[in-house]
Design a protein around this ligand. Sequence first.
Ligand code: FES
Ligand code: FES
Length: 178
Amino acid sequence: MNTSLQFTLNGVSVTLASAKDEDGHDRTLLDVLRNELGLKATRLGCGQGQCGACTVLQDSKAILACEVWMSDLTGANITTLEGLEHDGVPHALQAAFIDQQAAQCGFCTSGLIMRSAALLQHHEKPTRAQIEDALKDNLCRCGVHERVIQAVLLASGQDSSMSTSTSHQPTSKPFELG
Ligand code: FES
Ligand code: FES
């Protein structure tokens, strides 16, 4: 039986006719965001919980939208990249990513910013090690890791130029920088 579902998305109450698709299968949050609500900032990468491209916030916690079923989100509070800015003013992370040019193709960027937003909600001024640990599961094929770390430091009001990297050596595993 299909039943409507209400949740909060980027501060606005949203009601879906059903958590399920026309075949009766539960839908993921990522499917609903991109294909029903038209919010394309949240990316479909692996679709299997392995890359972090689909990271969004549930309250202040980072979650993977490709792995979350809509039927589990009744009453939930979800924030996507589109919900970070306020009145046209970019979030500090968005401004810092631009300032530090912390993207190449940009496919991973939304997920990295959302994961960083969760980090800053728990650590106002995270250390470099905390940033590396928080972002270690968000893959970036373009290798902009160092600029992302600098951007998070900048967004948290820390002088990114003072950051000493222990990991300027190339790494074959994205974000395994330690
Ligand atoms: S698309 Fe969700 S983790 Fe890769
Ligand atoms: S900037 Fe291209 S995958 Fe990260």
